[in-house]
Write a protein that binds this ligand. Structure first.
Ligand code: ADP
Ligand code: MG
Length: 366
């Protein structure tokens, strides 16, 4: 007996029996799923393929349905996927792995699952899903994990460094009257302020596993750059390189934690000096610093004509403890990255091996 409701339903969909309606519904769902789905029967013949899977293979479904795996493999349009398909086949059918992950030519991550066994009546169901977003989250979590580890190790390093610094500070204070007699009180003053700065840096950046919140004040970008350049000029001369600061945009201000941003720029100039030192003699070293105003952002560009970086170095640049230097810590850029992120900015790097490097720090202007 068909109920009134079912009768009405049959009228509207054109006299399909109820099971057919349900089947259509399920098929519709499968057809339009965001995962790609393919069903092979026990003879290896493709009996169903949904829209998304055909899209992924970049082929019309009509050219695939009804063919067996061998015939599909020999389709000229699929020749570029042949190796991948064979590998998936080997992993899932021979090695009986239920999952297989792959990365396509556009860098997207795909998760392939295969289902077979009693519940499938001898059929093999393959489904493919774009998992790039999950991978991204996984990678961020991994990076955060590394930063947390960095925090823990830093805490013990900080403790070890603060002790000798305290000793040095004490002795410089004892020496100060003698330096004054020689008319060199300025040296003592510089040493003391630099030791204090080092202490502050250790405290603020390394002694905590969480990024410290910036204590912001509005300052002139050019004023800040001039100060940092002054601090590094003598070391640069010793290492045989010149620092050229392009003094424009004098009035431009940024709201920053001065100590933190100074630390970032100092680190980049030091890296540039190291890169130049390692090709010493090849050409005259030059570090060019300039600013560019773009909308509500300022780019601080620090360019060197030193060694440059290869692909491997570029891809690991901001990893804590990644260094190519014998006495490097590999912390400079990891900490810099964190600081700039905390200021709502970003760092961009451009480098050519053997030619030089440009770091571009972007910060919002006041
Ligand atoms: P460290 O200076 O202690 O090695 P950093 O985090 O400051 O640590 O830098 C990491 C690595 O990045 C360096 O060891 C170096 O290989 C590379 N690098 C950074 N800046 C430059 C640059 N200007 N030119 C070439 N390589 C650089
Ligand atoms: Mg460094």
């Amino acid at each position: 007996m068909i109920s009134e409701f079912q009768e009405a339903l049959l009228d509207t969909v054109g006299a399909c029996p109820p099971t057919q309606i349900a089947n259509n519904k399920y098929e519709n769902v499968l057809e339009n799923l965001d995962s790609g789905i393919m069903l092979f029967d026990s003879d290896g013949v493709l009996s169903f393929i949904n829209v998304q899977m055909a899209k992924l293979l970049e082929l019309p479904r009509s050219s695939l349905a009804g063919r067996n795996l061998m015939q599909i493999l020999h389709l000229p349009e699929l020749s570029r996927f042949k190796k991948k398909i064979l590998r998936i086949y080997k992993e899932t059918i021979f090695h009986r792995k239920r999952y297989h992950e792959l990365i396509d030519e556009y860098g997207r991550h795909w998760l392939m699952t295969v289902t077979y066994g009693d519940q499938m009546d001898g059929d093999f169901l393959f489904s493919v899903k774009d998992v790039s977003d999950y991978k991204q989250i996984e990678q961020t979590a991994y990076q955060n994990d590394k930063l947390a580890m960095l925090g823990r190790i830093s805490a013990s390093i900080a403790h070890e460094i603060r002790n000798p610094l305290t000793a040095i500070r004490g002795f410089i204070q004892l020496l100060r009257p003698h330096l004054m007699e020689l008319g060199r009180d300025e040296y003592a003053r510089i040493i003391l302020t630099e030791i204090d700065r080092a202490n502050d840096i250790i405290y603020e950046f390394l002694n905590s596993s969480k990024p410290s919140a910036p204590q912001k004040t509005a300052v002139s970008v050019m004023g800040l750059l001039k100060e940092v350049v002054m601090l590094t000029e003598s070391e640069a001369l010793m290492k045989g390189c010149q620092i050229a600061l392009d003094e424009n945009n004098e009035l431009m201000k940024v709201s920053i934690d001065v100590k933190q941003i100074k630390q970032v720029i100092l680190n980049m100039i030091k890296n540039a000096m190291d890169a130049i030192e390692s090709i010493s003699g090849e050409r005259e070293g030059c570090i060019d610093i300039h600013t560019v105003l773009e909308g509500s952002y300022v780019h601080i560009c620090i360019e060197d004509n030193g060694l440059g970086m290869d692909h491997n170095t570029l891809s690991r640049l901001f990893d804590p403890f990644f260094t190519t230097k014998e006495s490097g810590t590999g912390l400079g850029l990891a900490v810099s990255y964190r600081i700039i992120k905390n200021h709502g900015g970003f760092i961009h790097v451009d480098s050519k091996h053997g030619m030089g490097t440009q770091f571009k720090i972007t910060l919002p202007v006041v």
